[in-house]
Design a protein around this ligand. Structure first.
Ligand code: BGC
Length: 756
């Protein structure tokens, strides 16, 4: 009991639930020192700090002992070293890093402690490589299930995203590296991300899309922010006065530096005036053009000083790693690998279990592992940042590692995985060539399927390991649909005819259509792009060494068309044009070809977020629509009983904290973690609200038969709404119902209290 309270208290402390640490950034303490430095710098030296020196470096001033600022991708591992001015890898042997589970996996842990450890681990590896700022965490809201970077982002829910972003930021910055929150803001789709203009109402902007960024700035004092590629309400994010000046700096008190996404700067005067500090990775706008603008009187010296000051604050806060100390050892180190394991082990979501899991190894069963994802590496692939990892344990290797001689394992690939073919489609080919290729592909697919069906038919258990891969989920383009690629649905349906004893594991970073696999599988597991230790963690869950404890950070819809932006047609379809990043790295091979299906005539460059705040489960709940698996869902090998929901009072005023307790009992036969979730429903509000919203959660460990008290806190201030008339946060005094359970779709306890 005591242990549980301590754990919950720690969760609250680390997550800083709703208590901004301080509105004054620690960065301000360098201002006196900066005054002196600015006085000694020439205009050229100042401007030199405001653009790229190299692809991932912006300049310091050697003469004054100001070191260059070194940036590194990315959210799930420190990117390999590249030539200073190109994307060509240097091919070092010691820049192999730990591949951490990607964003959606981290979010599935619902654990601020693990997010802190993750940020800390990434920072330690970044320091080993001499880096000052990691281009992470990536915290855009997962608005569409098809989003190309859903795997990098955390959640469809702003509260879960915010709690994790705060902890990640603290973990990284307390270990000597600045974060760079990305992509600010509303970069919720990859198709046309370099041209799309997002039109969003103020409430959704504030309550949903900006919330994780705000929390990481106000509560964790994030030192860096990356301006996204897209436009918001008509102006580019890198020159967006509303986002950068009015909200980020003036309202939230951000004191650090804003860097443009790579190639995302579009102007000189508007950008520097609106709050951009560093143009990356070139100097088209903030090099000579900026000096000229100063000479012409279009940009004042004071403004240049202000932008340099913001860069210097970060430079002084992060101690440079001396050149001779960097890169002395291999980047990936055991302590960090352990954290990659811990996160992976707690991220795996058991969606369904008809009693076949954990696997029983009595009598050395024959396990047919079917599926190319069983051996698929996920650290790299597709466009954008990947990790050159020291190692990656695939699902098949993990199983072999853990099973030893306890079972006989055979593997059949079953299907050809999708391969990344370059951005924007494929080389134009003649119809005859295409037809020949398609025929050969069909033959290969049938041969692979037959081999898998044969392996499955003689096995005791079929472990189908499918899902997406990094070619399917990639930066620069969204998925066209969420079906399992490579004909996996057809294959598993055929396998089910010869052997119904199927356990399916999906290694995907984003949602899939589960219609077929859910029907034919006795158990269904979501195991993400789960990092260097992913395969070991998966095997530990499958074998019951640990109980699964991951929870969905997004809703799994019955079908894509049910999800809000698709149902309302507010996701602007249209084949990807020339991607801003892809053209930067000159990988755009061709414009969309004749193979592109024709798209409805909708302006692909305007995204009206007219579903407003009804993102993810807020939509399905409010519209009372069925889902395949709800937000927050995840089973364990135990079963938990909820009782005794209580609050410290019956009514609360602005500024109060609602203190909630409940009794939790583990009625199962093994130690397991439960993630208790608290949603708030407004009973008689004066403004419109979604049906319910996540406002607190607590991951707690209980041994078999154990019970304990779970404590959660909901500051009344976290229940405010953005008043579009007064343009400020407002209370909505009304009766609210606290709804507590193991997922958004399974509310076990309710209690009403009044907000006065
Ligand atoms: C991505 C960023 C990344 C940057 C540098 C851009 O294309 O959007 O997330 O940090 O490239 O690699």
């Amino acid at each position: 009991m005591k242990r549980i309270c301590v754990l919950a208290a720690l969760t609250l402390l680390l997550a800083g639930f709703g208590f901004p640490s301080s509105r004054t950034s620690a960065l301000l303490r360098y201002d006196r020192q900066i005054d002196a430095l600015l006085g000694r710098m020439t205009l050229e030296e100042k401007v030199n700090m405001l653009h790229a020196k190299h692809m991932f470096v912006s300049a310091g001033v050697e003469r004054l002992g100001i070191a260059d600022l070194k940036y590194a991708d990315g959210p799930f591992g420190v990117r390999e070293e590249m030539e200073p001015d190109s994307w060509t890898p240097l091919g070092w042997d010691n820049d192999t890093a730990t591949f951490f589970p990607t964003g959606s996996a981290l979010a599935a842990t619902w654990s601020p402690e693990l997010a802190y450890a993750y940020g800390a681990a990434l920072a330690r590896e970044a320091r080993l490589r001499g880096k000052d700022m990691i281009l992470a965490p990536a915290i855009n809201i997962q608005r569409i299930p098809t989003g190309g970077r859903t795997f990098e982002y955390l959640s469809e829910d702003p509260f879960l995203s915010a709690r994790l972003a705060v902890a990640y930021t603290r973990g990284a910055q307390e270990n000597g590296v600045a974060v760079c929150l990305k992509h600010f803001a509303l970069n919720n789709q990859e198709n046309n991300r370099g041209t799309v203009d997002v039109i969003v109402g103020d409430r959704a902007l504030r309550e949903i899309y900006l919330a994780p960024f705000r929390a990481a700035v106000e509560e964790a004092d994030a030192w860096g922010v990356m301006a996204a590629y897209n436009k918001v309400r008509g102006s580019w994010c890198a020159e967006n006065d509303l986002l950068l000046n009015q909200i980020l700096r003036d309202e939230w008190g951000f004191a650090g530096l804003v860097v443009s996404d790579w190639g995302g700067t579009h102007s000189t005067v508007a950008s520097i005036q609106s709050g951009l500090n560093v143009e990356m990775p070139g100097k088209q706008f903030f090099g000579k053009a900026l000096l000229d603008a100063v000479a012409r009187g279009e940009v004042s010296q004071e403004l240049v000083d202000r932008r340099v000051r913001e860069v210097l604050r970060v430079r002084l806060a992060v101690k440079p790693v001396p050149g001779h100390e960097a890169n002395r050892v291999v980047t990936s180190q055991p302590a960090q690998q352990r954290i990659a394991y811990d996160v992976a082990a707690r991220s795996i979501v058991l969606l369904k279990n008809d009693g076949v899991l954990p696997l029983r190894l009595k009598n050395r069963p024959l396990i047919a592992v079917v599926g190319a994802n069983a051996t698929q590496a996920m650290a790299a692939g597709g466009l954008g940042a990947g990790v050159k990892t020291l190692y990656e344990v695939t699902p098949l290797e993990g199983l072999r590692n853990r099973v030893g001689t306890g079972a006989r394992i055979v593997h059949a690939r079953g299907y050809e995985p999708v391969e990344y073919a370059g951005f924007g489609g494929f080389r134009k080919k003649a119809p005859a060539e295409l037809e020949k290729e398609a025929r050969a592909k069909e033959l290969r697919a049938e041969a692979l399927a037959l081999e898998a069906i044969e392996a499955a038919s003689g096995a005791d258990i079929v472990l189908f390991v499918g899902g997406n891969n990094r070619a399917v989920e990639t930066e620069g383009s969204d998925r066209r649909d969420i079906f399992l690629p490579s004909g996996q649905d057809r294959l598993i349906a055929r396998i089910a005819e010869v052997n119904p004893n199927i356990v399916t594991v999906l290694t995907s970073g984003g949602p899939n259509d589960l219609g077929v696999v859910n029907r034919v599988s006795k158990a269904l597991v979501l195991s993400w792009f789960n990092g260097s230790e992913g395969g070991n963690a998966l095997a530990d869950v499958l074998l019951g060494t640990i109980s699964p404890s991951g929870r969905l950070p997004f809703t799994l819809p019955v079908k894509l068309e049910d999800s809000p932006a698709y149902a309302l047609g507010t996701y602007p379809l249209g084949g990807p044009g020339t991607d801003v990043f892809a053209s930067l790295v000159a990988r755009a091979e061709a414009a969309p070809t004749a193979q592109e299906p024709s798209r409805p005539a909708r302006d692909p460059n305007r995204a009206h977020y007219s579903e407003e705040s009804l993102v993810g489960y807020r939509w399905f709940d409010t519209r009372k629509m069925p889902v395949m698996y709800p937000f927050g869902h995840g089973l364990t090998y135990a079963s938990f009983e909820y009782a005794g929901l209580a609050t410290d009072r019956r009514s609360y005023e602005a500024g109060d904290i609602i203190r909630v307790t409940l009794e939790l009992k583990n009625r199962g036969k093994m130690t397991a973690d439960e993630v208790v979730q608290l949603y708030v429903h407004r009973v008689d509000p004066s403004v419109e609200w979604p049906e319910k919203e996540l406002k607190a959660f607590a991951r707690t460990t209980l041994r078999a038969g154990g019970s304990g008290k779970v404590r959660m806190e909901v500051p009344v201030s976290s229940l405010r709404y953005w008043n579009e008339n007064t343009r400020s946060w407002d209370d909505d005094p009304c009766m609210i119902e606290l709804r507590v359970g193991p997922s958004a779709g399974d509310i076990r306890l309710k209690k009403s209290v009044v907000l006065r």
